[in-house]
Ligand binder design. Sequence first.
Ligand code: SAM
Length: 179
Amino acid sequence: MYEFSHDWFSSNIPGFSRHLAHLRDKPCTALEIGSYEGRSAVWLLDNILTNEQSRLTCIDIFEQPLLSKNLKSSSGSHKTQFILGASARILKTLPLRFFDFVYIDGFHGQVEVLEDAVLSFRLAKTGAMICFDDYAWNDPKLNRHGTPKIAIDAFLNIYNKKIDIVDVGYQIWIRKKSE
Ligand SMILES: C[S@@+](CC[C@H](N)C(=O)[O-])C[C@H]1O[C@@H](n2cnc3c(N)ncnc32)[C@H](O)[C@@H]1O
């Protein structure tokens, strides 16, 4: 069974279920930036990436001890590729217009979130869903690198003709409309 020390994901399950329902049981590709212990990754494998041909790519700058154990316990460890490294470097090595879903949940500084957004946009297919975690997060004790919201709002402004904003809450969901 799964083993986790933190839960940053369960409250997001209703949104994930709603916005990714169209991918369930269909061959599809997902990219996760920031996997930690794999809580969101195993949920995706067990609930959305259920088609045998579906694939998940996980990027993290650290490999948490529980990550591989949890991925192995999931229904889809054979569908998963974990890439160790900083997203700013790894995202430049992945195929363009390839992913049906991108989850941006890595480093939460404004520069890093903006860079993840711009690089991920190129990797998403037209019609793909992109979700940013922690859009509404702002803890004055921890925000010396800025907040995701500053970066996400800048990205949404600049890319406004190429995206549809689907849902705004604690997380924000967008759909890539065009290249
Ligand atoms: C909030 S956790 C991810 C939680 C996970 N998505 C979940 O819901 O269970 C953020 C993760 O981003 C990773 N991270 C931080 N900076 C990163 C970077 N520059 N590139 C890739 N991953 C990074 C951290 O190591 C951490 O595991």
